[in-house]
Design a protein around this ligand. Structure first.
Ligand code: NAD
Length: 469
């Protein structure tokens, strides 16, 4: 049996074809992943459909199974699973361990979450209740930046609601997700959670397959639009968690050193490869040089390297196309009047390492400001009038999240509420939690994940109307 197998109907499944998974810290193949055939995908959807009637009918059993799954993942956080995640994704081992724990925390949270059921009328004429019913089989597709935690954002609410699932990770990071399928084989009833792996074409087969009633997708805007189109012919439900170009607006009463320190952390988390990382910072003219210098000093001081090495804070960029894209966007900024206050170039070596980069003297119209860079390079923009900064922050098709930073938190909150985005943070960014709905305005997505709102997205609304006369 190969090291990594798919999980279909509770069993380990091998494939005739495999594909290489590259370790981004070395640029070399790390392991081979199964390449799911169309017949195997059919088998996965069949297994999910077969498991559905029993799974949907026993809520108590679902909660028990989700708790057991959470315990298994929590116990796995210190072991090989995190190392597998680091080897395929690049993130430091400690961050990989936190990600495994995060997945466990999400499962635990949903295991206890109430499924809403509301009486909206109860009088002498009728009792009317609004209840939530599962959809059936769900197809879940995830990206390469947080393979495990983003899978848990789908697995936990989908299964609690009574659906069954076929999950496909990114071809850049399939291994840890396959391991999760393996770890949960004896914890969940066969067919409830099926894990398949393959290329982008496998994702397209899933979205046009007749069995799933919902597509829960996290990834790029470009692919999200294809998913929406593929779901349309048979009106599959979709939740689309897509890209972001999050602005952070620093107000003129902010302490530059304090804010720069926090903004750096929220921009470079996971090496900038977070949908809702800070991707452009607006700084008032008066504070500009101080904020830039503090950001640049921190960028120069952090340790970049192989995530398996002790003390490394930032790993490589996950894959070659993304590595080349970050180089291209930084080079474009430098060719268009930008200056690198720190970094600005790849780091020599076999892996996809790029120096943490602070770019100054760039503005809208330059690609790294207008597009999602999704990597360790942060443009810092000047403004003189806060109204202008808000208008510029909102002048985009993106709308995932944003933040406003200042000593007067009420004033900062007032500005934050004018940001056109799904989450508006004040004096923080990237503060995500299982009870907090997360989703994007505009092209950053449709629907939300997490909390009761995310759970409801894995259900149909049913009205139960009992006449009394
Ligand atoms: P991607 O869109 O290239 O791939 C995402 C997933 O979709 C992968 O599993 C891929 O194999 C699959 N896929 C590719 N083509 C498909 C198709 N035609 N039909 C169905 N599935 C298909 O995205 P990526 O490069 O893996 O991830 C980075 C992007 O994800 C960034 O834009 C980032 O902002 C976004 N993201 C968003 C969130 C969020 O919650 N909003 C979270 C993390 C990442």
């Amino acid at each position: 049996m190969p090291e990594f197998t798919m999980t279909i109907g509770g069993a380990a499944v091998e494939t005739t074809a495999v594909f290489d998974v590259i370790n981004p810290a070395t640029g070399s193949p790390h392991a081979a992943a199964p390449d799911c055939s169309r017949a195997q995908l059919d088998a996965a959807f069949d297994a999910a459909a077969t498991a559905y009637p029993a799974w949907r009918s026993d809520e108590a059993a679902r909660r028990t199974a989700l708790k057991a799954a959470a315990d298994v993942l929590m116990a796995a956080a210190g072991g090989d699973l995190a190392e597998t995640l680091t080897a395929e994704q690049g993130k430091p081992l400690q961050d990989a361990r936190f990600e495994v724990m995060g997945a466990a925390i999400w499962l635990q949270y949903f295991a206890d979450l109430e499924i809403p059921r509301e009486v909206i009328q109860d009088d002498d004429r009728a009792k009317v209740e609004v209840v939530r019913r599962p959809l059936g089989v769900v197809a879940a597709i995830t990206p390469w930046n947080f393979p495990l935690v983003l899978a848990a954002w789908k697995i936990a609410p989908a299964l609690l609601a009574g659906n069954t699932l076929v999950l496909k990770p990114s071809p850049y990071t399939p291994l840890a997700t396959l391991k999760v399928g393996e770890l949960l084989r004896d914890v969940l009833p066969p067919g409830v959670l099926n894990v398949v792996s393959g290329g982008d074409d496998l994702g397209a087969w899933m979205t046009s397959h007749p069995v799933p009633r919902k597509i829960s997708f996290t990834g790029s805007i470009e692919t999200g639009k294809k998913v929406a189109a593929a779901a349309a012919p048979d009106l599959k439900r979709t939740t689309l968690e897509l890209g972001g170009n999050d602005p952070a607006i620093v107000l003129d009463d902010a302490d530059p050193a304090v804010v720069a320190n926090k903004v750096f952390d929220q921009a470079f988390a996971n090496n900038g490869q977070v949908c809702s990382a800070i991707k452009r910072v607006y700084v008032p003219e008066r504070l500009y040089d101080d904020v830039v210098e503090a950001l640049a000093a921190k960028a120069r001081s952090v340790k970049v390297g192989n995530g398996l090495e002790e003390g490394v804070q930032y790993g490589p960029i996950n894959n070659r196309p993304q590595y080349e894209r970050v180089q291209e966007l930084v080079a474009d900024a430098l060719a268009n009047g930008g200056r690198a206050a720190a970094g600005g170039a790849p780091i020599d070596g076999p892996g996809y390492f790029f120096a943490p980069t602070i770019l100054t003297d760039v503005a809208e119209g330059v690609r790294i400001v207008d597009e999602e860079q999704f990597g360790p390079a942060l443009p810092v923009l000047r403004y003189t009038d806060v109204e202008d900064a808000v208008a510029r922050a909102n002048a985009t098709d993106f709308g995932l999240s944003g933040s406003v930073w200042g000593t007067d938190a009420d004033r900062a909150a007032e500005v934050a509420e004018r940001l056109e985005c799904g989450t508006a943070w004040v004096n923080t960014h990237l503060a995500l939690a299982p009870h907090q709905p997360f989703g994007g305005f505009k092209w950053s997505g449709i629907g939300v994940e997490n909390g009761t709102w995310g759970l409801v997205g894995f259900t149909e609304t049913q009205v139960v109307h009992r006449a009394k006369r």
